[in-house]
Design a protein around this ligand. Structure first.
Ligand SMILES: NC(=O)c1ccc[n+]([C@@H]2O[C@H](COP(=O)([O-])OP(=O)(O)OC[C@H]3O[C@@H](n4cnc5c(N)ncnc54)[C@H](O)[C@@H]3O)[C@@H](O)[C@H]2O)c1
Length: 337
């Protein structure tokens, strides 16, 4: 079965989507963008047999795709996704789902009411190292997880929409790290205390740095320290992670393979003897957006629910908005869906 899609939004990130779509043999019937020249340029660049359009509804009616891919800016996700769902098409959209919880809840409700799948691409779930870390935690090698920490420091000069957003780090970047914390541990958020701020000398209008402490299910504490306005000594874009369990610790830093140490034997020594942790391998073969596309293909062919289906993904988004709210109120906030 050859699947057909319509891609909405032909900006920077579409360069990460067209190659795997082509690789999977998905017919790209149309590329829709507010700026027709942007759509035309991407069609030409990827030698697509697609039409360029600025009118989503008319395009959907004309081409009747199997699913829609939403790669627009976060502010447009609600409108594009709801238009597609209500017209009867499943949607695979870029993160973040929406720019506020009311919009996200409405999107989830419309997905439920229409019975049309809406999955959010959290590209970092489809990464070999991330899958290895998740599987290693799941193997129980470090015992029950008690804490997970992520440090993220990048001095990123984007220009464009991120410079204008009120919470660029938390909404446009930390959503990845928050979702990764859920992916790694399988735990969900309960409450958060956060401090969001814009460092002196920042080139962003909104707050580009934050420190957050999340209480997660299973008595796990997730501590996040991040900045998009931090010059020098960068971490990787995935952040540097430490996962602490009852029996040992796992480290994932600078995109290098995860490793760890676990207690070898219980002794009365000040430091207990340690050994290398057994790391569980990953069978993952499709990475980043390709992984998200494969899960959508799987859903369309077999009905298997994608892991980032909107009812689940809204939990990661709720972490973002609860952190923003906590920072605003200077209080611990329950993470509500
Ligand atoms: N997964 C990742 O690692 C990753 C990385 C970068 C960006 N993103 C996400 O991808 C999305 C797009 O980011 P980008 O960097 O490509 O932005 P961009 O500004 O380069 O491109 C967005 C495009 O969407 C178009 N657009 C806006 N509103 C539209 C609408 N209502 N209908 C049709 N087209 C519309 C714009 O004209 C523009 O061409 C964002 O949600 C961003 O957070 C994800």
């Amino acid at each position: 079965m050859n699947l057909k899609t319509v891609v909405v939004g032909a900006g920077g990130i579409s360069n990460a989507w067209f190659p795997p779509l082509i690789q999977e043999g998905i017919e790209i019937a149309a590329v829709v963008d507010l700026n027709i020249e942007t759509a035309r340029a991407q069609i030409k660049k990827y030698e697509l047999k697609a039409v360029a359009s600025i009118d989503l509804e008319a395009t959907l009616e004309q081409h009747r795709p199997d699913f829609v891919i939403d790669l627009t800016i976060p502010e447009a996700h609600r409108e594009v996704t709801i238009t597609a769902l209500q017209a009867g098409y499943p949607v695979l959209g870029e993160k973040p789902m929406a720019t506020n919880m009311d919009d996200a809840r409405e999107m989830v409700r419309i997905s439920t009411d229409t019975g049309k799948m809406y999955a959010v691409s959290q590209s970092r779930r489809w990464d070999k190292n991330h899958d290895i870390l998740r599987r290693t935690i799941e193997s129980g090698v470090i015992g029950k997880v008690t804490a997970i920490n992520c440090d993220f420091y990048i001095g990123a000069h984007f220009g464009g929409f991120r410079d204008e957003m009120s919470s660029p780090l938390l909404l446009d970047m930390a959503i990845h790290h928050f979702d990764m914390a859920r992916f790694f541990t399988g735990a969900d958020p309960i409450a958060v205390y956060a401090k969001e701020y814009n460092p002196v000398g920042s080139w962003y209008k909104g707050d580009a740095a934050a420190s957050c402490i999340f209480e997660m299910t299973d008595d796990i504490v997730f501590t996040y320290v991040g900045s998009w306005c931090s010059e020098g000594c960068h971490t990787s874009w995935n952040g540097n992670w430490r996962v602490i369990g009852e029996k040992g610790t796992l480290i994932y830093e600078y995109d290098k393979a995860p490793y760890g140490e676990v207690v070898e034997s219980d002794t009365t020594d000040f430091h207990r003897p340690l050994k290398k942790a057994d790391i569980t391998d990953s069978p993952l073969e499709a990475f980043g957006m390709h992984g998200a596309i494969c899960e959508m293909i799987d859903f369309l062919k077999t009905g298997k629910t994608p892991q980032t289906e909107c009812k689940d993904n809204i939990k990661s988004l709720a972490m973002v908005f609860s952190a923003i709210e906590s920072a605003k109120r200077r209080q611990r906030i329950l993470v509500e869906l």
